[in-house]
Design a binder for this molecule. Structure first.
Ligand code: HEC
Length: 90
């Protein structure tokens, strides 16, 4: 009985964790990088403007902060793509 309860709790928690990233998917199933960036990367500090950094710098920042923002590899890719579309040309 205790086992069943534990299992259900673990299941419920993992479903909740998945659902939150999935809230950022577009109808076609791909991640909306802009919304992810604004909400997840903007949860600790104001989201920095895209043109503040070059694509190379954004790559490093997303590697560094992506896991802290709870982003998996696919979500980090979507955020980085959106950032690089507006990155400075430096
Ligand atoms: C858990 C909190 C947290 C999350 C989530 C977070 N950051 Fe940050 N970020 C920080 C802190 C702390 C700093 C350094 C102090 C500051 O500038 O506020 C920082 C600084 C930065 C800087 C400036 C770094 C520099 O050296 O100029 C960039 C760019 C940045 N974050 C990008 C991101 C991106 C992109 C994401 C999402 C993938 C993100 N952050 C998510 C906490 C966070």
């Amino acid at each position: 009985m205790l086992h069943t309860c534990l299992l259900l709790t673990v299941l419920a928690l993992s479903v909740a964790a998945c659902a939150s990233l999935d809230d950022y998917r577009r109808p076609d199933g791909s991640f909306d990088g802009e919304r992810l960036y604004m909400k997840r990367c903007g949860s600790c500090h104001e989201p920095y403007p895209r043109e503040d950094y070059s694509a190379a710098e954004w790559t490093l920042h997303v590697e560094h902060y992506g896991p802290r923002a709870g982003l998996n590899a696919e979500a980090r890719g979507a955020v980085l793509k959106w950032l690089n579309d507006g990155a400075s040309a430096r």
